[in-house]
Structure formats: structure tokens, C-alpha cells
Design a protein around this ligand. Structure first.
Ligand SMILES: Cc1ncc(COP(=O)(O)O)c(C=O)c1O
Length: 386
């Protein structure tokens, strides 16, 4: 179907942070398949592990235990400090499960019409419920009626959150991304995260943090909210968790871990042996290769280099983000940069119309980050002069 405005490029293969198209043209990958290819392409440890798994068993069904699901769940609970995991296949599916958890959390307390606080500019997916939670009218248009039960508030404004929920006994959860991805790389402040955690505790609401894009090491910690020293009750994951193999997960703490009972939720493909192996191996390799440190170090280097090169340019409104999740906000819509960067041999994305987004594989080196800067800065400068 006609769902994507694709560039006239077809990729054939990749190696590390390089990708080649079917005509042999080489690109530096500043996109990582939209924050998915954690380990880059054709990783020498991941590929043989996946080949081994495919030769053993790809899929078995949720009628039976999947040993690596238990290994991966244990790992995710250790890394997050939470207790239980549900596996699915995509980010929206993880968020759907989170929304169902929040509603049932409410029903179990006798709340018949539970309401969930969501944020302006948020992106949670394109199913009917997750697009209703999303804060972008363009994504919602044409798919009304939206799912009810959402209260929308601005980012980083505790008073607005308190006012929007004041005296409302139907609120059951607060749901946001630590750093909004599709919304334009908009971080939640650490002090705000702590205040919302405290408010959720006080009110007995679930704190649900969508780490689908900003999680899995991208900011230099396993999960971006960990920079604020807090823990959510529910954390949807996907994207980078399988380094390219479709996977999603909802990690839950004690307040949310026992809400679902057999029959409440499920999915055919979720937690299958291939995806679980991809998750286990991705985390193992990330630990072996110290990719969290690398994301923090190379991300800081890349951000500093961009700031230096673009300093004083009035068309550059902001450079923000953390680790290898960076956004360069320009003063005018910059969708054309996508094709121009590809022509110049660099893959990236443009989000929220005016923000150039870099979410490369976490194996990026400082030298490769310098290459991104060398290609991108002249493109931005030329574009801003037009
Ligand atoms: C924060 C966030 N949540 C959810 C999603 C939806 O994930 P998926 O496209 O795998 O359904 C995305 C995708 O961009 C995302 O960035």
C-alpha cells in the first residue's frame, strides 16, 4: 500500500555503520534503521548466533516455555530494577499492553472509566489506541473517533499536570517518553521525572515510561529515565532490543506485574525463540563491547562537534538530546535534507518537520562521528542560506 514516501534508494547490505545500496553506493548510517540497529550491520557475533538459532527453532508458540525468554526477562529485570516482563513484537504492541495494564489496574480498584495522562508531541505508535495517546493531530487525522480516556498535558510542567488531574478520581497512570523521539528529541527534565514519580506514588497512579526509542543504551544508560535515578512501574521497549529482529517487551515493577492473568493478554509471535535469542545476544554483546560507555562518549563528542561547527548560525535553533539520540532543530522545515544527506552518503531522519535526528548504531566511533559532522554541517549551512 501507499504508506511511505520512500527515497528512491534500495539497500543491499551493511557492515558496521556502513550500508551499500543496490547500485553499490556507500552510506554512513546515522539512522540505524530508526534507532533499531544497535550493533550496526552484519555484527560478527550476532550473525552466527542468529544463524545457529534459525537452524534450531524459529518459532514454537506460547503454549510452551521458551528458555531464552526467561534468560532475557531476567536480564531486563536486572538492568531495570523491575520484576516481570511480557514479550511482543513492536513498540506499539508494547504500548498497547501498557495501556491495557493501566486500564485493568483501574478496574481492579473499582474505577470504571480509567483515564491516562499523556503528553503534547508524544508518539506511541499507530494502532487506534496508541495513536490516540500520541500527541500529533497529523497522525490522528482520518482515524477518528479516537479512543477515549486520555488527558493531555505539556512536557516538564508539574503544575499543569496537577491542574489537569485535580480532584479526578479516574486517573490511573501517567505515560510518556523520557526523551520524545518522533516529537523532535524533546527530553523530560530530571527534576520533573522525580516530581512525577513522587506524584504517582502519592496518588497511587502507575508511572509508565515509553523507552521504545530512547531506551536500550542509546543515551548511555540502559534506560534514559535512569539518569534521573527513578524507576517506572511499567516500561515498554522495542526497537534496539533485538538489533534488527522484530521484538517488543513490557517490563513491569511490583505495582503492575500481577495485573494480567492468563487470558487477559497475548500475541502469537511475541517472545518467539528467534526474537528472544536476538535480545539475549544483543545485550550480551552490548555488555562485552561496553556500548553504553561508547554511546555516552561518542554521543557527547558528536554533540560537541555539531555545537562547535554550527555555533552562531541563526538558522540553528537548538542542538539537544543525549548519547546517540541527538536532534538539530532548524528555523525552517528541513525535510529535503533527507535526500540531500543520502546523496552525500549519510543516512539520517527529519522529525517534527524542523529537527534533523541522528540515532546511529551504538558502535559508532568518534572518527565516524566526525565524518557525520563533516558531511552534515555543510549541508545544513547551504540549506539555511536558501
Ligand atoms: C517512543 C516510541 N514509542 C512507540 C513507537 C512505535 O513503535 P513501532 O513502530 O515498533 O510500533 C515508536 C516508534 O517510532 C517510538 O518512537
Amino acid at each position: 500500500m501507499n504508506t511511505y514516501a520512500r527515497l528512491p534508494i534500495a539497500m543491499e547490505r551493511g557492515q558496521g555503520v556502513r550500508v551499500w545500496d543496490v547500485n553499490g553506493k556507500r552510506y554512513l548510517d546515522g539512522l540505524g534503521g530508526i534507532a533499531v540497529n544497535t550493533l550496526g550491520h552484519n555484527h560478527p557475533k550476532l550473525v552466527p548466533a542468529l544463524q545457529d538459532q534459525i537452524g534450531k527453532i524459529i518459532h514454537s508458540s506460547n503454549y510452551y516455555h521458551v528458555p531464552n525468554a526467561e534468560v532475557l526477562a531476567k536480564k531486563l529485570t536486572e538492568l531495570s530494577g523491575l520484576t516481570n516482563v511480557f514479550f511482543c513484537c513492536t513498540g506499539l504492541e508494547a504500548n498497547e499492553a501498557a495501556l491495557k495494564l493501566a486500564r485493568k489496574f483501574g478496574h481492579d480498584k473499582g474505577i470504571e472509566k480509567p483515564q491516562i495522562v499523556v503528553y503534547e508531541k508524544a508518539f506511541h505508535g499507530r494502532s487506534i489506541a496508541t495513536l490516540s495517546a500520541t500527541g500529533n493531530p497529523k497522525i490522528q487525522k482520518g482515524f477518528e473517533p479516537l479512543v477515549e480516556g486520555f488527558i493531555r498535558v505539556p512536557l516538564n510542567d508539574l503544575e499543569a499536570l496537577k491542574k489537569a488531574t485535580e480532584g479526578n478520581p479516574n486517573v490511573v497512570a501517567v505515560f510518556f517518553e523520557t526523551i520524545q523521539g518522533e516529537g523532535g528529541i524533546n527530553p523530560m527534565r530530571a527534576d520533573y521525572l522525580k516530581q512525577v514519580r513522587a506524584l504517582c506514588d502519592e496518588k497511587d497512579w502507575l508511572l509508565m515510561i515509553d523507552e521504545v526509542q530512547c531506551g536500550m543504551g542509546r543515551t548511555g544508560k540502559w534506560f534514559a529515565h535512569q539518569w534521573a535515578g527513578i524507576k517506572p512501574d511499567v516500561m515498554p521497549l522495542a526497537k534496539g532490543l533485538g538489533s534488527g529482529v522484530p521484538i517488543g517487551a513490557v517490563v513491569a515493577g511490583p505495582k503492575a506485574a500481577n495485573i494480567f492473568q492468563p487470558g487477559n493478554h497475548g500475541t502469537t509471535f511475541g517472545g518467539n525463540p528467534l526474537a528472544m535469542r536476538a535480545g539475549v545476544e544483543t545485550i550480551r554483546i552490548m555488555e562485552e563491547e561496553k556500548l553504553l560507555d561508547n554511546a555516552a562518549k561518542v554521543g557527547a563528542h558528536l554533540k560537541a562537534a555539531l555545537e562547535k561547527a554550527l555555533a552562531g548560525n541563526p538558522g540553528v535553533k537548538d542542538i539537544r538530546g543525549q548519547g546517540l539520540m541527538l536532534g538539530i532543530e532548524l528555523a525552517k522545515p528541513c525535510g529535503v535534507i533527507l535526500q540531500r544527506a543520502a546523496d552525500a552518503g549519510l543516512l539520517l531522519s527529519v522529525t517534527a518537520d524542523t529537527v534533523i535526528r541522528l540515532v546511529p548504531p551504538l558502535i559508532l566511533s568518534e572518527h565516524e562521528a566526525d565524518e557525520i559532522v563533516a558531511i552534515l554541517v555543510p549541508l545544513i549551512e547551504a540549506f539555511l542560506k536558501e
